[in-house]
Structure formats: C-alpha cells, structure tokens
Design a protein around this ligand. Structure first.
Ligand code: NDP
Length: 322
C-alpha cells in the first residue's frame, strides 16, 4: 500500500511516500481501507519533534473509511461498515489499524470526507464549548484563530448556545468567514491590540472564557482579556509552546483559572466518545454544523498540506485522499 513515512524529524520534506505492507489486525483491532484522512496540527508537532515518536513513523490520527478486516474479539463492526476515528495511528496511508474501542460508525448519508473533517476538530470544539467551560446563553467567549478548523466549528457551537463570540484572525478574508460562522465581532490580531479591543467590546469587563489554540504569541494577553475568575482554556500552540509561567499571576490578574485540556481525556470512555461523535456527526448531517472542506490534497502531497497549514494559508479542514 501507499503510505507517508517519516524517518527523521524536520520540515515538510521529511514526509515521503513509501510502499509498505498492508497491516494485519491484532486482537481488538480493525483494519480500515482509508477513504479520507484528516490533517491536524498534532502531526506537525510530531514531524518537528516537539512531540516524541518512534521512527520510522507513518503519521496521522484521524480518518474515515470502510472496514476491511477484524482482529479477534472485535464485536459491533463488520466488513463494509463506514467508520471514522481520531485514534487511527498511521492514518496517512491507504490502510490503517484502529482499536475497535476508538472507532465509531458514520451515520447514513454522510460521506467519508465529511466524517474525517468533523471528528477531531468537531469533538474538540464540542468538549471545549460543552465540558471545559460549559457555555450558556449570554456568556462572552474569545476564540483565537477563529477561521481555523477548530475555530469555525467552536464559533458555530458557541453561537448556537447563545454566547457572544469574539474571534481573532489574521486577514480580512478570514474575518468574513468567522462572521459567517457566527462571530459577533472579529479582531485582526496582527494589526490590532486584541486585549484593548476585547476590553472595548466588553465595556472594560473582559470575557468569561478564552479558547486559545495559538499559545506562545497570545497566551499572556489572553489572560488580560478575562473577567475576574474567568477561565483560559489553552488547547494548542500553533505559534509555539507557552514558556514557563508563574502561577502568582493568576491571582494578580483576577483569581483566574487555566486549564490545558486535550481531546483524549474528553472521549476516554466509550459512552463519552459515542456521545460526542454522535452529536457532532448528526449536527453535520442535519446541516446545523457547517464544514469547510476546500483544502483536499492527494496523499502524496502531505508535505504541502502540512506546510500550508503551518503557513496560515488554510481555513477550515484540510483533507488528504489516498
Ligand atoms: P487551524 O486550522 O486553527 O490552524 C492554525 C491557525 O492558527 C492558523 O490558521 C492561524 O490562523 C493561527 N496561527 C496563529 N499564529 C500562528 C503561527 N505562528 N503559525 C501557524 N498558525 C498560527 O488548526 P486546527 O483547527 O487543526 O488546530 C488549532 C489548534 O488547536 C492547534 O494548535 C492544535 O494543536 C490544537 N488542537 C488541540 C486539541 C486538543 O484537544 N487540545 C485538539 C485539536 C486541535 P490565523 O491566520 O487566523 O492567525
């Protein structure tokens, strides 16, 4: 089968097409024929060596496809089922293994592309809006990178709950997309002081929650945007990791809360995974949640896909097709 393999950490050029044997499912595993692969920032962190992995590595985590074969002990799935998962280690390939415990069936009527586009970023937006800081009508949230994959979905979910959403984006085009997704106000954070803008927009009060996936360049000022006892959900580091932080600042800035959540702890049980995936996929099916899937690359162009994501050239979801 064709797969993308990395032998050493480095730039996008280390993502090389390779010919590898089709893997054989072990106990509890399902072999899927991959039809659509979700590209996520986490794969960039692994490629650069920011997160550690054993080499050589077939990168990837998110995919949708058809069940091809079952390992021993697997129940609930059969060959031919359309399935999706955020636990497909090695999803940058034509075939991949997934633990059955991390697999969900895709509702009828959805395409593999829609499923692969919705799972990881959709469930992330879902846990941030419903569990990390359960938004309610009348809350005000600041969402950084509002036109990104998670950003567009989180904005839609927060606006639907009735929260007022303020987003940051790098360009006027991205601002337009963010407003279409439901942002009440947008800030061009490369040109404007986003703390001053947030303070102005909230009458000096600050926001209830900041969802910050940008990290290094926004972290400090994200704290300055919060109301007393507000919460910063730092869930990514697209601009780089946040440097060490003195906790006393949480006190002086208003008895603030910080959490550094990750999806895996919010889909840790079968019940929670099925609940979140079901909510997200059904919202896509009903049209309530709109996906943006304009960036689709062949598997062999995985390097270009990651470079475009890192280079802030993309909006919404990036997919690879095997
Ligand atoms: P995005 O589509 O949001 O892409 C990243 C965006 O970040 C860019 O488009 C850009 O938007 C913004 N950005 C700001 N500064 C930089 C920079 N220096 N370099 C690159 N991008 C920058 O990606 P995703 O939606 O897939 O993921 C967003 C973040 O969420 C990532 O950091 C990812 O790791 C994290 N994440 C965390 C999860 C968790 O559970 N903790 C799960 C899923 C994702 P703009 O041009 O508008 O500034």
């Amino acid at each position: 089968m064709n797969a993308i393999q990395i032998h050493n950490t480095g730039g996008p050029e280390v993502l090389q097409l390779a010919e590898l044997p089709i893997p054989v499912p072990g106990p509890g595993q399902v072999l899927i024929r991959v039809e659509a692969i979700g590209v996520n920032f986490i794969e960039i962190y692994f490629r650069k060596g920011q997160y550690k992995a054993t080499m050589p590595l077939v990168p990837g985590s998110e995919a949708a496809g058809t069940v091809e074969d079952l390992g021993s002990g697997v129940t609930g799935f059969k060959p031919g089922d359309l399935v999706a998962s955020v636990g497909v280690l090695g999803s940058y390939a034509e075939y991949a293994l997934v633990p059955a415990a991390q697999l969900v069936k895709v509702p009828d009527g959805l395409t593999p592309e829609q499923a692969a586009a919705a799972m990881l970023q959709g469930m992330t937006a879902h846990y941030l809006a419903h569990s990390t800081y359960p938004l309610k009508a009348g809350d005000t949230a600041l969402v950084h990178a509002g036109a990104g994959g998670v950003g567009l979905l989180l904005t839609q979910m927060a606006a639907k709950i009735g929260a007022r959403v303020i987003t940051t984006v790098s360009t006027k085009e991205k601002a337009e997309l963010s407003r279409e997704a439901g942002a009440a106000e947008t800030i061009l954070y490369g040109e404007q002081d986003f703390t001053a803008e947030v303070k102005r927009m909230t009458g000096g009060k600050g926001v209830d929650v900041v969802y910050d996936s940008v990290g290094k360049t926004t972290f400090e000022n994200s704290l300055n945007c919060l109301r007393p006892r507000g919460l910063l959900a730092l869930f990514g580091g697209s601009s780089g990791p946040v440097p060490p932080f003195d906790l006393i600042q949480l006190s002086s800035k208003g008895s603030l809360f910080i959490t550094r959540p990750t999806l895996w702890h919010y889909v840790a049980t079968r019940q929670e995974l099925e609940g979140r995936a079901g909510d997200v996929l059904n919202a896509v099916k009903s049209g309530e949640l709109k996906l943006r899937m304009e960036h689709v690359y062949p598997l062999s162009d995985a390097g270009r896909a990651q470079a475009d994501m890192e280079g802030r050239k993309t909006t919404g979801k990036i997919l690879l097709e095997p």
